[in-house]
Design a protein around this ligand. Structure first.
Ligand code: SAH
Length: 233
């Protein structure tokens, strides 16, 4: 799936820098600016930090129509259940509502006045980040961050560094050591069963490293007590 970001008449260089950085963070395929109110200069690049090479993916056009492609999703802080142009979905509903579009184009409005009704008409959907009803208007780059993160979570999480769960083999080894130790120290069979059940639940939540540490410790205990030896005989 191709993810595209369209910014309509962006006004702030700092926001632009942050958005270029975000485009790199979340591997946006293309960024299109409609009539930006500034030049992309050193100040923008300073805020893009190590995302500054992504500037090569930024295109500038004059007309919104030239930037729209695939499934077009406009974004706004201003929504309504009564106005069809301002009826909306929330970011985490995207995969359920639209599946996996070939091209997803996310459209963001001006810092000062957002998107016009004419611009909203050009989109297939309106996406709203629900926030305080007292003040639901987010800073442009913050809104971009939230939407890109939701899109990343829904479609591209497999590209990221994620926790490594313990392997079943390691969990089984810990359970075997625990069972032997309990048989040695706890006479009551029902109590042993209950403890093993709790341990099994705990292990299922552990990372590979955490379960590995427990395995090491229980392995040492078994060795010292000669349980390992006893099993081999
Ligand atoms: N004063 C403008 C504010 C625009 S904020 C207005 O009232 O519309 C700039 C852009 O950030 C918006 O056009 C929209 O693309 C995005 N944005 C800000 N808050 C948002 C929210 N709660 N949900 C979705 N997009 C939001």
């Amino acid at each position: 799936m191709k993810v595209r970001l369209v910014l309509v008449e962006p006004e702030g260089k700092i926001n632009m820098g942050f958005i270029i950085r975000l485009a790199k963070n979340f591997e946006v395929d293309e960024v299109v600016l409609i009539n930006p109110k500034f030049e992309i200069d050193d100040e923008v690049l300073r805020f893009a930090a190590q995302g500054k090479d992504y500037v090569s993916k930024v295109k500038v056009v004059n007309d919104l129509d030239d930037a729209l492609e695939g499934l077009k999703v406009c974004t706004s802080a201003k929504v309504s259940h009564r106005d069809p142009l301002r009826d909306f979905i929330v970011p985490w509903e995207l995969p359920e509502k639209v599946g996996v579009p070939g091209v997803l184009t996310l459209v963001f409005g001006r810092e000062s006045v957002g998107l016009t009704r004419e611009e909203l008409k050009k989109c297939d959907l309106l996406l709203h980040i629900p926030a305080s009803s007292q003040y639901p208007v987010l800073n442009l780059s913050h809104a971009v961050a939230i939407v890109l993160w939701e899109v990343w979570k829904a479609y591209r999480l497999n590209k990221a560094n994620l926790p490594k769960p313990a392997t079943q083999e390691r969990i089984n080894l810990v359970m075997r050591h625990a069972k032997e130790l309990l048989e040695r120290f706890v006479g009551d069979e029902e109590k042993r069963e209950r403890l093993l059940e709790s341990l099994k639940k705990l292990l299922s939540k552990g990372t590979d490293l955490e379960v590995g540490a427990l395995l090491y410790l229980l392995g040492k205990c078994s060795n010292v007590l000669g349980l390992e030896q006893k099993r081999k005989e």
